[in-house]
Design a protein around this ligand. Structure first.
Ligand SMILES: NC(=O)c1ccc[n+]([C@@H]2O[C@H](COP(=O)([O-])OP(=O)(O)OC[C@H]3O[C@@H](n4cnc5c(N)ncnc54)[C@H](OP(=O)(O)O)[C@@H]3O)[C@@H](O)[C@H]2O)c1
Length: 614
């Protein structure tokens, strides 16, 4: 060695290139570490060794590839073909999300959007209450076609019913060139033959297995006929049978959508969901209430999965028993019609579509509020509950029973509570509102009870002696907010949202004779008409409410009203949700959608929809 190595000067001269990478090829990491000392923080230089350190607990190959990956990440092109020259490699699709550079947030500023919505709500011209009313109506769209077109080898999937409709469809469609694949209910996923499969409706994974199988054998359909909701049993209006029936309807649709999403299937799927006795065109038809939730799935799934379209086709039992071949063809002709309407009904030779129409609301002078009467408000300590309680108290001195699940101090502790916790505390604020109500001359009783718990509700009825002879009216305002994409939710997530609303209503219906009350007001939401993404269960539960009122009106209990509220301005879960969204950007999609929905819904906004005004 005749002269010094001058390592430092050598590296300094090489680091003139701001994106230089130094590779140490040999055992040890001394040169790598020495080189790093020369790097300037502002420059994007790297020093890597290609031999794994002692503590590397994976294979050498893995380390080598890992380092190559770092070089690539640093922006250097590698000759991948040379690297894999001796291997039989092939490209596979990676899960898209974390590698995709598409932004999923709305282009608009989320906070600005929230503020705009709020400003709109504040400055909007007040519409007269009598103009707030909208309801559903059916429009006849003429006599339908009974000729089916012939196709060449198109796969179609039928979820087979027990009433024989699927068998007729199978014969007709096979005769027209379709390859029909039939899905039956069974204990687990298994093929019964080349084009017959069974799945367990309660197992979400069976839908995945079915779709994987169909994909593997190139049998994925474009059209799917879901007939599991064409049924014969009668409705007993109980929560346990309600839950059981969801697996043939609402959950079945949710599980399929989730399986399509899970398998990244991006081709177009058109669902034709047939059922009986979900819609009423004539006064003599009754609704199978437990099927109502299916409409929630049909409305929300296409919003969360742009490649899925859904249509609901209702047939009535009385026509079903008299069906002939022409009638089956008429139903199948639906497959050839444009997807404009989501809710369709067939009665005889006629096709009907559901529409929202404006109805004038009568001016109310509240004759129903009687001085000295007792009224029960479930969710009475919530945002809307407290406003409605005060509203009643402003019209007459009454007794108000307000229920909720959370702890609430006894009346004797109200003043000490406010003193100790301060007026900003959330319970203190409620106490102050309750005191205002009492100052109007009414008596308030707060009750801690889950309205969906029959035993708990029976106990409070005994404890407070509030039998049907005492209660004159009920407002059902118990509910919890929803917000989860279908892809991330399971059946239990949905039942949690449905519980206070649907089971709560079943319990109230069981404990009180609704026909003997002056009024039963059910707090539904505009989400039943214009649902948002992330709200499939909320939408479904509110549609159940609306149908409950219609069903009661058909049974002549016209005192039962379901009001599909739009978002309340200052109180309640809607305002809280917006506040939460402000905190966490997470629901950008929700906001964007909500904004669009509000624009679209200017027609139907802030309305009272008395579902039984027919
Ligand atoms: N606010 C709106 O803009 C709006 C719009 C359309 C429809 N709605 C509907 O109107 C109803 C009331 O809404 P809100 O805004 O007043 O909501 P909120 O402020 O969250 O009040 C709901 C109340 O329900 C209670 N609750 C929940 N589960 C219950 C159960 N199982 N048993 C008894 N009480 C229960 C909650 O208290 P605990 O947690 O203590 O039980 C809460 O106090 C909801 O059904 C909602 O879907 C609201």
């Amino acid at each position: 060695m005749v002269s010094p190595i001058r390592f430092l000067q050598g590296i300094e001269s090489l680091t003139q290139n701001p994106r230089m990478i130094f590779l140490e090829i040999g055992a040890g990491r001394d040169l790598t570490l020495m080189t790093r000392r020369v790097f300037q923080d502002s420059l994007q230089q790297k020093s890597l060794s290609l031999i794994p350190p002692e503590n590397w607990d994976d294979t050498d190959d893995h380390y080598f590839l890992h380092q190559l990956g770092r070089i690539w990440l640093h922006g250097h092109n590698l000759k991948w073909k040379k690297l894999y020259a001796r291997n039989q490699n092939r490209k596979i699709p990676l899960p898209t999300y974390s590698f995709q550079h598409d932004s999923y947030w709305p282009e608009t500023n989320v906070y600005q959007t929230i503020n705009e919505i709020k400003t709109n709500l504040n400055t909007e011209k007040r519409i007269k209450i009598t103009d707030w009313g909208f309801t559903f109506s059916w429009e006849r769209t003429g006599i339908t076609n009974t000729e089916l077109s012939t196709v060449s080898r198109r796969t179609i999937l039928i979820f087979m019913d027990d009433c024989g409709v699927g068998c007729h469809f199978d014969n007709l469609l096979s005769g027209k060139g379709y390859d029909v694949i039939k899905i039956f209910k069974g204990l687990d996923f298994s093929p019964r033959s080349k084009n017959e499969f069974q799945i367990n409706p309660k197992l979400a994974d069976d839908y995945n297995r079915l779709l994987s199988h169909l994909t593997q054998f190139n049998l994925l359909p474009q059209k799917i006929l879901h007939l599991w909701n064409i049924t014969q049993q009668s409705n007993n209006n109980r929560w346990d049978t309600f839950v059981e029936s969801q697996y043939d309807g609402y959950f079945s649709m949710q599980f399929i959508a989730r399986a399509i999403g899970k398998q990244n299937l991006t081709s177009q799927f058109s669902f034709f969901v047939f059922n009986n006795n979900l819609q009423t065109i004539n006064d003599n038809e009754r609704i199978r209430l437990e099927k109502s939730t299916l409409l929630g799935a049909i409305k929300v799934i296409p919003k969360e999965y742009p490649n899925i379209s859904c249509r609901n086709i209702d047939i009535s039992n009385s026509y079903l028993t008299k069906f002939n071949e022409k009638d089956y063809c008429r139903l199948l002709h639906e497959l050839e019609l444009e997807n404009i309407h989501q809710e369709i009904a067939y009665r005889g030779s006629f096709r009907w579509v559901k529409k929202v129409i404006k109805i004038p609301l009568p001016k109310s002078d509240l004759p129903l509020i009687k001085p000295g009467a007792t009224y029960l408000l479930t969710g009475g300590l919530g945002g809307m509950g407290l406003v409605l309680a005060r509203f009643i108290a402003e019209h007459a001195p009454v007794k108000l029973l307000l229920t909720g699940r959370s702890f609430f101090p006894l009346k004797k502790d109200w003043d000490p509570w406010v003193q100790k916790q301060g007026a900003d505390d959330s319970i203190s604020q409620k106490i102050l509102k309750l005191k205002e109500i009492e100052n109007l001359g009414s008596t308030v009783v707060t009750i801690q009870a889950d309205c969906a718990d029959l035993n708990a509700m029976e106990t409070i009825i005994k404890k407070y002696r509030i039998g049907i002879d005492v209660i004159k009216g009920i407002i059902h305002a118990a509910g919890i907010a929803d917000g989860k994409f279908i892809q991330r939710r399971d059946d239990q997530d949905c039942l949690k949202i449905m519980l206070p609303k649907i089971k709560g209503l079943y319990v109230l219906n069981q404990l009180f004779s609704f026909s003997k009350l002056d009024f039963v007001v059910i707090c539904s939401s505009i989400a039943s008409v214009i649902p948002s993404v992330g709200q499939i269960a909320y939408c479904a539960a509110n549609i159940f409410f609306d149908n409950f009122a219609v069903e009661n009106a058909l049974g002549k209990h016209v005192n039962v009203k379901s009001i599909s509220w739009d978002m309340w301005k200052d109180v309640g879960m809607g305002v809280r949700t917006l506040e939460e969204l402000k905190e966490q950007r997470v629901a950008g999609l929700f906001i964007k959608h909500r904004e669009a929905a509000i624009k679209k819904g200017s027609l139907i906004r802030k309305q009272l929809k008395f579902s039984n005004e027919r």
